[in-house]
Design a protein around this ligand. Structure first.
Ligand code: CTP
Length: 417
């Protein structure tokens, strides 16, 4: 980070595990990167590391309990939570994950989590059985759905002398990922409310088409571009509902998510949720074909040298939405191509009667599936415009696409006025 800029403010939460001492190194690395850090600890964390250590290093009061005698601020969890750009928990114990996941706010750190509007990143560390326990995994799933970012623990020898997953990720990696989130926020446009009143339905991710109970056909979609659009639209005032197939990207907060793993499930979910929507965006990589027959039992290879799969066509969700669109509704599609990108995208726009197409040449480095960045061309039906967007992050690109949607709305309002 450029140190002349306003420093990022990080709330570093330390919970009670043996890896608590590593939070000191995280603090130092964040400070070296120009961040201003204030530390909050759980009571048990103070058994592992003295608050004095953090106080000396940050020159600030270390918060453990709102009710502590020395606490200079009577509603510290509110003030602390409102003045940070990131809440980073290192290490995150199974207990603190459980409290966060279930909305329990019985100490300073868990109250801060509930009160925080800033993004939250957790770096768990614990014994392998605690990590693998279904209760912990359930809590992790819930937190991911709530938009919490995870720095997953790694496999190795744990403090309890067992070997397995549960070791805190390297402090350098934790800090790098924290800085990525902070930098991503910085490039986000300052809040405008130009999509207030819009109700958006967006499909996201790659569908999975079952072959038998074990195997499926799918694609490389991560959902990053779709979630970037959903998040950016929500920040600009829209109400967003996302129908999601398989995704690996973090799910943003503040949007409604409906899980629909196959093309057929996605088709049904879109039909059920389309009513009263003003914009539909088909950002999912939907299978065009699925196995015509799904085996009830696992297909065995014994006695087979070759296996033919018969595939049947799936419903084209985007085309169907477009054919049934109501007045004023915008229908927007993606075109992932490897050649003749703009020509194919333009013919897709005509064939499916779309208001806008975002075309990617997925053969280009830095574009397409499962990357942080994208390169695209936006085609707009009403003006015939072709807007070439150079390599940029998917989050930045999401705002460029939404700028064009806002422009379409502005010019149709001007025409009707
Ligand atoms: N799409 C959809 N339902 C499908 C297939 C695609 O909603 N069954 C949407 C995608 O979400 C994307 C757009 O259609 O927005 C482009 O998908 P693509 O499969 O490339 O379109 P096709 O018309 O099938 O063209 P192609 O000849 O490239 O297969």
């Amino acid at each position: 980070m450029n140190k002349k800029e306003i420093p990022f403010r990080v709330g570093l939460g330390v919970s009670g595990g043996i890896a608590a001492y590593k939070a000191i190194e995280v603090l130092r690395l964040l400070q070296k990167s120009g961040c201003r850090v204030q530390v909050a600890m759980t009571r048990h964390a103070t058994e592992f590391v003295q608050p004095l250590t953090f106080r000396a290093l940050t020159d600030q009061y270390v918060l453990v309990d709102d009710y502590d005698e020395g606490n200079p601020d009577p509603i510290a969890h509110i003030n602390f939570s409102q003045t940070i750009d990131l809440l980073l928990i290192v290490p995150a114990t199974a207990n603190i994950l459980g409290k966060f996941a279930n909305g329990i706010a019985d100490d300073f750190l868990s109250s801060t989590y509930l009160a925080a509007n800033a993004p939250v990143m957790v770096a768990p560390a614990m014994n392998v059985s605690m990590w693998d326990h279904p209760a912990t995994q359930r809590n992790i799933e819930k937190l991911k759905n709530d938009g919490v970012h995870f720095v997953e623990p790694v496999s190795g020898e744990l403090a309890c002398k067992t070997v397995g997953t549960g070791k805190l990720e390297d402090v350098e990696n934790i800090v790098r990922q924290a800085l990525e989130i902070l930098n991503r926020q910085k490039i986000e446009k300052p809040a405008t409310n130009d999509l207030a009143g819009e109700k958006i339905l967006i499909t996201i991710g790659g569908t999975r088409e079952a072959i038998d109970p074990v195997r499926f056909i799918s694609n490389h979609s991560s959902g990053k571009m779709g979630f970037a659009l959903a998040e950016a639209a929500q920040k600009r005032g829209a109400q967003v509902t996302a129908v999601c197939a398989s995704t690996t990207a973090d799910r943003p907060k503040g949007i409604t998510i409906i899980d629909a793993i196959s093309a057929d499930a996605m088709h049904k979910a879109v039909r059920e949720n389309l009513s009263a929507k003003s914009i539909f965006i088909g950002a999912a990589a939907v299978a065009d074909f699925r196995p015509a027959n799904v085996d009830e039992f696992k297909i065995k290879k014994t006695g087979l040298d070759r296996l033919n799969l018969e595939l049947e066509k799936t419903a084209d969700i985007l085309a169907e939405v477009s054919a049934a669109k109501t007045a004023g509704m915008l229908v927007i599609g993606f075109a992932a191509e490897t050649n003749d990108v703009v020509d194919f995208a333009r013919s897709k726009m005509q064939r499916k009667d779309l208001d806008m197409v975002i075309a990617n040449d997925i053969s280009q480095k830095g574009a397409g599936f499962n990357t942080e960045t994208n390169i695209a061309t936006i085609l707009i039906k009403s003006t015939g415009a072709q807007i070439d967007l150079p390599l940029m992050s998917k989050r930045e690109m999401a705002d460029k696409v939404l700028d064009e949607i806002a422009n379409i709305r502005k010019s149709s309002a001007a025409t009707t006025a």
